[in-house]
Design a protein around this ligand. Structure first.
Ligand SMILES: Cc1ncc(COP(=O)(O)O)c(C=O)c1O
Length: 385
C-alpha cells in the first residue's frame, strides 16, 4: 500500500512560480531569458549587512536558538523604525514578533485567528500564497472584489462578513498590482473591522517601495489599534536578504500570544543570523535602503515608458513596488499567452490567474528583476508578439 496524501494539499494549486519555471524546458530560441517571474531583489545586501553576517557567523550565540518572539534588540530597533515611519509614538518592542519571513507571519497570524469552519475575507487580486494557506488550513476564503482603481470594495466587504468571519486581508502596496492603498481606504477598513469585531490584517511587504516616505496608514494612531489591526512585514526586499528569512508581525498582546504558539511549532524562532543582519540594516543602512527604493522607482519609470505604446498589445494597467499588472489582448487563455511568451519570446511572467478566481486576461510582470537595458529588450520582444 502506498502512502496517501491530504486532500486539502493535493487539491491546492502548485506554486505558480514553479509552474512557470517548468515551462522553460520548451523554449525554442537560444537567447537570454528575461525573468519577470519571482519578485526577488536581484542585487546584493548592503555591504555593512554582509560584514555583520560574516562577523555574526563566528559568534557563539548566533548558533543558539533565538528567543521565540525574536531578539530583543531587533524588536526594539524595528519598533523605533515603525514609530518613525508611521509617526506613531505608541508602538513598542512588545508589539513586535519576529518571524521567518512575511509568509510565516501570515500563516501564524491566520492560525491564531481562524480554523476550519471560519472564514477570512481576501481582497482580490490576492497574493497566491495567502489563498493557498487559507485553503490548506480549511478556512473558507471569501473573495472581495475591487473598485476600478483596484482598491478593495468596502461596501462589498461589509456584506461578506458574518459570524464565521475572523479577518479581512489586504496587501499594500499590492502584489500583483503594485497599487498603494490610500491612507483613507485603509482607515475605512480598520473601522469596518473594528465595528464587526474582526481583525484587519495588512501585509506591508513592499511598504518601503512606495513613492513616498509619508506614513502608509494611520492605523496605529488610535490607542485601541491592538484589538483590531495586525500588520505583517518583510525584510526580504527592503534589505535584499530573502535567503535569511526575516519578517515581523505587529499586533497586540492577545494576538501575539496565540501566534507564538504556532511559531514555536513550526520554526521555534526566526533564523538568528538573519535577525542579526536586520538589526544592522535597520541601524546603519537607512541611506542604502532609500537608494535601492529610488533605483527601483527609476526602473519603474523606465518600465512605464516602455509599456506606454502597449507593445504587442500588452497594456500596463497599474504598476508599483516590484510589479506591473498587465492586460493581454490575446483572445487565447492567459496560460496560453504565458506559454507563448516563455517558449517563443524567452520572457517569463506569471499568469494573472494565480491571483484571481477567473481568467481576466491579466499577467504579472516583476519589472524590478531587470536592468534598464533588459527593460528595453522586453519592449522589443513584446512588440513582436
Ligand atoms: C505580498 C507578499 N507577502 C509576503 C511575501 C513573502 O515575503 P517573505 O520573503 O518575507 O516571506 C511576498 C513575497 O513575494 C509578498 O509578495
Amino acid at each position: 500500500m502506498a502512502m496517501k496524501f491530504a486532500a486539502r494539499t493535493t487539491e491546492l494549486i502548485d506554486s505558480p512560480i514553479g509552474a512557470a519555471f517548468a515551462m522553460l524546458d520548451h523554449r525554442v530560441n537560444d537567447r537570454p531569458l528575461l525573468d519577470l517571474s519571482q519578485a526577488a531583489p536581484g542585487y546584493s545586501p548592503a555591504p555593512i549587512v554582509l560584514d555583520r553576517i560574516a562577523e555574526a557567523a563566528r559568534e557563539s550565540d548566533t548558533s543558539r536558538y533565538p528567543p521565540a518572539a525574536g531578539l530583543v534588540e531587533l524588536r526594539q530597533e524595528f519598533a523605533t523604525d515603525l514609530r518613525r515611519s508611521y509617526a506613531a509614538s505608541d508602538i513598542t518592542a512588545a508589539d513586535v514578533t519576529i518571524t521567518a519571513g512575511c509568509n510565516q507571519a501570515f500563516c501564524a497570524t491566520v492560525n491564531a485567528l481562524a480554523g476550519p469552519g471560519d472564514s477570512i475575507v481576501l481582497a482580490t487580486p490576492f497574493y497566491f500564497n495567502h489563498e493557498m494557506w487559507l485553503q490548506a488550513e480549511g478556512i473558507e476564503v471569501r473573495y472581495l472584489g475591487c473598485t476600478t482603481e483596484l482598491h478593495p470594495d468596502l461596501e462589498e466587504a461589509a456584506t461578506l462578513i458574518d459570524d464565521t468571519t475572523r479577518a479581512i486581508m489586504l496587501v499594500s502596496p499590492g502584489n500583483p498590482t503594485g497599487v498603494t492603498l490610500p491612507v483613507e481606504v485603509i482607515a475605512d477598513f480598520v473601522e469596518l473591522a473594528a465595528r464587526r469585531n474582526i481583525a484587519l490584517i495588512l501585509d506591508e511587504t513592499y511598504r518601503t517601495f512606495r513613492p513616498t516616505e509619508a506614513p502608509a496608514h494611520d492605523g496605529f494612531d488610535n490607542p485601541a489599534w491592538r484589538t483590531t489591526l495586525i500588520t505583517l512585514h518583510s525584510f526580504s526586499k527592503d534589505l535584499a536578504i530573502p535567503g535569511y528569512r526575516v519578517g515581523a508581525i505587529v499586533s497586540g498582546a492577545d494576538h501575539q500570544r496565540e501566534a507564538l504558539k504556532i511559531l514555536d511549532c513550526v520554526a521555534i524562532g526566526a533564523p538568528r543570523i538573519g535577525q542579526e543582519a536586520v538589526i544592522t540594516g535597520l541601524r546603519h543602512a537607512r541611506g542604502w535602503r532609500r537608494e535601492q527604493a529610488q533605483r527601483i522607482a527609476r526602473l519603474q519609470d523606465h518600465f512605464v515608458a516602455t509599456m506606454a505604446s502597449a507593445p504587442g498589445g500588452f497594456e500596463l494597467v497599474t504598476s508599483g513596488a516590484y510589479f506591473g499588472w498587465v492586460r493581454s489582448n490575446d483572445q487565447r487563455s492567459t496560460d496560453e499567452t504565458v506559454r507563448r511568451l516563455i517558449v517563443e519570446l524567452d520572457t517569463l511572467v506569471i499568469p494573472g490567474t494565480a491571483f484571481t478566481t477567473t481568467d481576466e486576461g491579466m499577467l504579472r510582470f516583476s519589472f524590478a528583476n531587470l536592468t534598464p537595458a533588459e527593460i528595453d529588450e522586453l519592449g522589443l520582444r513584446l512588440a513582436t508578439y
